[in-house]
Design a protein around this ligand. Sequence first.
Ligand SMILES: [Zn+2]
Length: 183
Amino acid sequence: MPSGRVHNLINIAMYTGLAAGALYLTQQRSVVITPAQGLYFSLGYGVGTFLLSPDLDLAEGNVDSKRRWGPLGFLWVPYGVLFSHRGLSHTWILGPITRLLYLGLMVALLWGLVNALLPHQFTLPLLGPPRLDYQLLATKLGYPLLIGYYLSQWLHLMADGVRPDHGLKHSRRKMRGAARHFR
Ligand SMILES: [Zn+2]
């Protein structure tokens, strides 16, 4: 199984190829990719490659993807404990979502903790619902962000030799085992 370094190299090589292809097609006017779309795709791809790698399921140890978080790396230890290596974390659809949800949870917890520790007069203002242009995000920029993120994750899974039906097979096997148990 490839190391974190090899995974990064594969993703960087693929990104370079994609960027060159996109540039060429844009110059040929075959496709229209706006700078904002390119930027959001790159952002999703970079975060997926360097910060939210599927191998965070090994974060109870000393893994490359945890080290990238620097002093905040310890935040991923519970994720590593919770998720077995190459289990749900390495499924094609749900796996990448588990890391996004976990990150959201950690941010919320840290926010609450900082608020609780600060003296009363310094309480951080609670952020209201973010004033985002949801339509713009959903139609124009959310797609490239999500595509970049998922693509970086799928490259990792392909390099690991994990097939798209990985999760399905796993749960099917579990269900068959349970059925046998009740027979
Ligand atoms: Zn992996």
